[in-house]
Every structure is written in C-alpha cells, then in structure tokens.
Design a protein around this ligand. Structure first.
Ligand code: SF4
Ligand code: SF4
Length: 85
C-alpha cells in the first residue's frame, strides 16, 4: 500500500526527512506522498516512518494504491536498483 496525507496535515515538516524513499514532498498546500515511490517503508523499516513520526496522525492508506507486501517488496527492490525491471 502506498500511503497518503490527508488535509489535517499541519505542514510541520517532520515526516519529509524521515522517508527512506524521498516519496514525501511539499505540495501546493500540504505535504504529499508520491505513490510510485512509497513502499510503506517495506525494505527499510518495520513500520511506516511517516506514520510513526506524524504528530497529528493524518497519514493513511491511499484508497487507490493498495498493494500486497510482495508488491511493495518488489517496488523497494526496483527503487533500490536491486532488480532490472
Ligand atoms: Fe515514505 Fe515510508 Fe511514509 Fe511511504 S510509508 S511515504 S516510504 S516514510
Ligand atoms: Fe503533515 Fe504529518 Fe508530515 Fe507533519 S508529519 S508534515 S503533519 S503529514
């Protein structure tokens, strides 16, 4: 699953440096997550770091990007350059 940031985000800047995949960026009004880069931290950490650090709990599963653990692991391997495709 990729995660998404809801409008409750207070732009506190805490999550962005915690993301191992640089998937979090400042959008037009609040921080946003690039679903192509978010592995839900699979391959890096046991828990999604943005959720762990967000003080207002405004990060949730993206309804249109629900992926299995296997898919997330493959995404991580691709992003890390461990596989060809
Ligand atoms: Fe980044 Fe992990 Fe949060 Fe996805 S779950 S946005 S990879 S910190
Ligand atoms: Fe927004 Fe939470 Fe990230 Fe802070 S940690 S910028 S409130 S999503």
């Amino acid at each position: 699953m990729a995660l998404t940031i809801t409008e409750e985000c207070i732009n506190c800047d805490v999550c962005e440096p915690q993301c191992p995949n640089t998937a979090i960026y400042m959008g037009e009004e609040i921080y946003e997550i690039n679903p192509s880069l978010c592995t839900e931290c699979v391959g890096h950490f046991d828990e999604p770091q943005c959720i762990v650090f967000c003080p207002v709990e405004c990060i949730e599963v993206h309804p249109e990007h629900q992926e299995s653990q296997e898919t997330l692991l493959k995404k991580f391997q691709k992003l890390a350059g461990l596989t060809e495709a």
